[in-house]
Design a protein around this ligand. Structure first.
Ligand SMILES: C[S@@+](CC[C@H](N)C(=O)[O-])C[C@H]1O[C@@H](n2cnc3c(N)ncnc32)[C@H](O)[C@@H]1O
Length: 235
């Protein structure tokens, strides 16, 4: 519960028109929350990035909801809040006994550009899709979200699929035969098979070749586990 004193301090912070607010040292579900001011469809909002150990969740709130949202976190799961604005920066700390303490110092920022929210990039393989090999690789968590540490890999794989997609624009047959020489662990091969069969609805026959017997054994076991009947591996 937000105390009256905390509410007054939040009023002062919000009146300074912060462009960024950071809640740190979280003890609950979230370790850190970063609120950045953004312009979305002509409206100013605060975009919250809520970090757990493995993921980051996004939420947009209007300026009118900022006080209630911050008040719900500070003093509960978070004991420190830092706010940045043209004019003044603030630090709000809540002691173990629940006593809030506000410090302010002159900010050296002269001007802030509020960024428009770049529309979220649309990936071919999107978060939330049931992509078995993404879970196997740890790119997706069990509930289908991109694992925070795997975001670069997720983007890289999507770039690969985009390149395949470009090539497919000139390919009008339904059947497609692919040989992957030196397939190794074949994660990309599995993704390619998933993409062609599950998304593009092609009849794809993919054969992976490698010198290593154990690699081939593992890949065949994985193809069987996923039920990918036209994906096979040979020495
Ligand atoms: C870098 S890994 C493959 C990576 C994989 N293509 C990918 O994108 O994740 C290279 C693989 O090529 C295999 N390889 C090298 N020479 C080969 C050959 N002459 N015939 C078949 N496989 C070969 C190696 O055993 C190794 O597993």
């Amino acid at each position: 519960m937000m105390t009256e004193k905390t509410a007054e301090m939040l009023d002062e912070i919000i009146a300074s028109n912060p462009h960024k607010i950071v809640l740190g040292g979280g003890k609950g579900e979230y370790r850190k929350i970063v609120c950045g001011k953004k312009q979305i469809s002509g409206k100013l909002v605060y975009q919250l990035e809520k970090y757990t150990d493995k993921q980051v969740f996004h939420e947009n709130i209007g300026e009118e909801g900022l006080k209630g949202t911050l008040g719900g976190y500070i003093g509960e799961n978070f004991r420190q809040l830092n706010s940045f604005a043209v004019g003044y920066d603030y630090e709000l700390r809540v002691s173990k006994k629940g006593e809030p303490h506000l410090t302010r110092k002159k900010s050296d920022k002269k001007q802030v550009t509020i960024q428009g929210n770049n529309r979220k990039k649309k990936y071919i393989l999107e978060e939330g899709m049931d992509i078995p090999v993404f879970k196997e690789l740890g790119i997706f968590t069990k509930d289908g979200k991109v694992a925070k540490s795997m975001y670069d890999k997720f983007k890289q794989i999507n770039r690969f699929v985009e390149m395949v997609d470009d090539v497919l624009k000139d390919y009008d047959r339904d059947e497609i035969y692919i040989i992957d020489f030196g397939c190794g662990k074949s994660y990309l091969t599995f993704i390619l098979y998933y993409y062609l069969v599950e998304i593009r609805k092609k009849r794809a026959y993919i054969t992976g070749l490698d010198l290593k017997e154990q690699v081939i054994k593992n890949c065949n076991a994985l193809a069987e586990k996923f039920g990918y009947k036209d994906l096979r591996f040979e020495i």
